[in-house]
Write a new protein. Sequence first.
Length: 71
Amino acid sequence: MLRVSSAGLNQKKRGPKPAPARDELKQLALMTRERDKLRVQLSNAQLVIEVQKKVAALLEQLEPLSKFANP
């Protein structure tokens, strides 16, 4: 019978080990890009809300005029 040693299956990977600090820097860069993207989206959403408020105010001003035009 052929015996297979389990020690051969548990060998360490060869080559340079990834630096933990580099992984953290990659994660930080990813999160920074995501934060910046979300800030732009928030700014755009706030702009849309302001425009909607102004349109609603204009429509309210036009409402009394339309009552007089169509009795």
